[in-house]
Design a protein around this ligand. Structure first.
Ligand SMILES: NC(=O)c1ccc[n+]([C@@H]2O[C@H](COP(=O)([O-])OP(=O)(O)OC[C@H]3O[C@@H](n4cnc5c(N)ncnc54)[C@H](O)[C@@H]3O)[C@@H](O)[C@H]2O)c1
Ligand SMILES: [Zn+2]
Length: 359
């Protein structure tokens, strides 16, 4: 099933058009109380926020709440928040009464361009991230750039990395446009010494229209990929650009680093691997590094306190434990240029050999 994506500046349209009286159940991140006001009259479950919330225990609490509130097979469960809220909501709705309808209002940049789209819903279990879950598409996703006005720097930048990844895969022109826009946001934010408005508000102030356009375009690309390859047998694997080494970085820093920062450095390492295989040139790597730095993301391990003790060679061992490893290799997405990437099967030994030679 294909999800319908609505892109609006404000949240007003949502209440008027998409919420169904009598069967809508709202699950909201409790850091978003100011948004919860828009749902007066509907049953609302507040998620006490933390990564610990992404558990089976939370799913059980949601199921109990749905039962207590009389949710039947016609229920529409609407998750409002970042990727944690949308992942948990999608999973709970997918198994409640063997599956009821669900929809999302993503409130982080990362969730608007990535996490809320594609139907991967799940929770963490033991020490494994997203190990229990379903692939099941939401009815609709309501993307509203106004939601980002309260988003702090770290969360906003996590989303920028996914935006640049998407455009690096599919769209040279928008890649350049996005780099220039986010670089201006970074300059404007830094000029205020970070003490003024939240990062998301500064982005809207620089050009709210362009921000909405960038988010809409990215969401459209991801949606298209998912429609053509829902179960990740081919094209969807491209979305993993930068993520193989990013996952190793996250593993070795024990959650100290944001996913977006790890993806940023992971994309540069992937470009270096492409150079080592003779598929890209050094100038391309330097260009990507400069772009990432200009938008305020770290390009190399040294630029981040949480990763400055690591070397690329250290990361290769952790790649072996990536859940996407099949046999003795992994599909690796090589960026050879902007809008020029290749999916290759890379033996783990080869990754280790290349990583040992990289700085
Ligand atoms: N399903 C997928 O395909 C997919 C893809 C990527 C990531 N994810 C998952 O997404 C999760 C990360 O999600 P995320 O980074 O979007 O955010 P999040 O849900 O982790 O939230 C991050 C923080 O931002 C706060 N927040 C959310 N919206 C806000 C707003 N508008 N203003 C101010 N603060 C706000 C939250 O309360 C929280 O403190 C991870 O669990 C990851 O596994 C899933
Ligand atoms: Zn990601």
């Amino acid at each position: 099933m294909k999800s319908v994506i609505y892109t609006h500046k404000s949240i007003n349209m949502l209440r008027e058009t998409l919420l169904e009286k009598g069967c809508t159940f709202v699950i909201i991140d409790n850091n978003l109380q100011h948004i919860a006001e828009n749902f007066a009259g509907f049953p609302v479950f507040c998620l006490k926020f933390s990564e610990q919330v992404k558990t089976l225990d939370t799913v059980a609490q949601i199921a109990s709440w749905l039962l207590e509130n009389g949710a039947d097979r016609d229920a529409l469960v609407v998750g409002i928040g970042g990727g944690i809220t949308t992942d948990v909501t999608g999973f709970a709705a997918s198994i409640y009464k063997r599956g009821v309808r669900f929809a999302f209002v993503p409130t982080t940049l990362l969730a608007q361009v990535d996490a809320s789209i594609g139907g991967k819903n799940g929770v963490n279990f033991h020490s494994y991230k997203n190990i229990l879950g379903t692939i099941n598409q939401p009815q609709w996703i309501y993307i509203c750039s106004d939601m980002l006005a309260t988003l702090p720097e770290r969360e906003f930048k996590a989303g920028i990395a996914e935006v640049l990844k998407t455009f690096m895969l599919f769209d040279k022109e928008n890649y350049r446009k996005a780099v220039e826009f986010f670089a201006e946001v970074s300059r404007r934010y830094a000029a205020r010494g970070g003490n003024g408005k939240p990062y998301g508000a500064v982005a809207s102030e620089v050009d709210g229209g362009l921000l909405t356009e960038i988010i809409g375009k990215c969401a459209e690309y991801k949606c298209g990929v998912v429609e053509r390859d829902e179960f990740e047998r081919g094209e969807r694997r491209l979305l993993n650009l930068g993520h193989t080494f990013a996952h190793s970085i996250e593993k070795l820093t024990g959650g100290e680093i944001s996913h977006g920062y790890a993806v940023s450095m992971g994309m540069v390492i992937a470009a270096k691997v492409a150079v080592a295989l003779g598929k890209a040139d050094e100038a391309f790597v330097r260009g990507v590094e400069d772009d990432l730095r200009s938008v305020g993301l770290p390009a190399v391990l040294d630029e981040c306190p949480a990763t400055s003790h690591l070397r690329i060679a250290d990361l290769a061992d952790a790649v072996k434990k990536d859940k996407k490893v099949t046999g003795s290799g992994i599909h690796f997405i090589l960026p050879k240029g902007i809008q020029d990437v290749e999916d290759i099967m890379l033996p783990l030994e080869k990754i280790k050999e290349i990583a040992d030679g990289l700085r």
